[in-house]
Design a protein. Structure first.
Length: 278
């Protein structure tokens, strides 16, 4: 029998998005999985809608909004004595292809069960364009980026390969690996905890494996105010600074963070230019 996978979807007042994600999950062809929604004390009709429309889905109702990392850590602990060998961490603002789990498990067959496996991720509103095709990270030079970002998918990312980091939007890994790593570092706030997890994993011989035949579509940052929102930028910069201070020397952090800010500035200018052109 194929290993059991528990899909974990974090929800906070995202009734519509979460139900759309669950509707796509119902079409998965993998034979041995179940789904749990982790609810961060939603005040909308999320729980009612899930129970009514998706009665087979488990709902872990938390007593307050714990954010990203702490909420997932509570779910990992909840599953410690379960039948699940693997978990799939999945954003609620995603739509999955029907063969997602089959393709990710094929990566496990090639590389072993202890690693992190991640799909190619496309923009939901521009399905021919790539949002993630692997992670590029080099902290001393301020590099922390998605490979393939905004490129049209012409098959240029077609090989299963080790990559810099797996995005928390969609990661398949074993509960055993997460236990070894003690889950997400809860000092991070919504950004970079996935990169931190992967960097800590690499130090233990646990690698991020990009599996391009597995595919997900992402409504980017729908739950926190848009891809280039001020709120996102502020949180992201604070988390990147924390990431660099944790994984770099003081000298490397100063240079790396300065270069990262320059990269962000050029990115903002580029996006403003594109908006003006439209």
């Amino acid at each position: 029998m194929k290993p059991h996978i528990k899909l974990l979807i974090l929800n906070w007042n995202g009734s519509k998005l979460t139900c759309q994600c669950l509707a796509s999950i119902e079409k998965l062809t993998y034979e041995n999985f179940s789904t749990m929604v982790i609810d961060n004390a939603s005040s909308d009709d999320s729980i009612e809608k899930i129970h009514t429309n998706y009665p087979s889905v488990d709902v872990l109702v938390l007593d307050r909004n714990y954010g990203f990392g702490p909420a997932y850590n509570l779910a990992f602990k909840h599953l410690e004595n379960s039948k699940s060998e693997f978990v799939l961490i999945l954003n609620n603002d995603t739509i999955v292809e029907s063969d997602l789990l089959d393709e990710l498990i094929s990566g496990v067959s090639l590389h072993g069960s202890g690693h992190f496996f991640c799909p190619i991720i496309h923009y939901l509103d521009s399905p021919d364009k790539i949002w993630y095709a692997g992670g590029k990270v080099d902290l001393p030079v301020g590099q922390l980026a998605h490979a393939g970002l905004r490129q049209k998918n012409k098959g240029q990312y077609s090989d299963i390969s080790i990559t810099g980091f797996a995005t928390g939007c969609c990661i398949l890994t074993s509960l055993e690996s997460l236990k070894k790593l003690d889950g997400f570092d809860e000092d991070f706030n919504m950004y970079a905890e996935d990169v931190d997890l992967c960097l800590r994993a690499q130090a233990m011989g646990i690698y991020s494996i990009f599996v391009p035949k597995a595919k997900v579509f992402h409504k980017v940052s729908a739950s926190i105010g848009g891809e280039f929102s001020v709120s996102k930028m502020r949180r992201k910069l604070n988390s990147i600074k924390k990431l660099m201070s944790k994984h770099s020397s003081t000298h490397e952090m100063f240079i790396g963070y300065s270069l990262y800010l320059i990269r962000i500035l050029f990115s903002i200018i580029f996006n403003i230019f594109n908006l003006i052109k439209k």
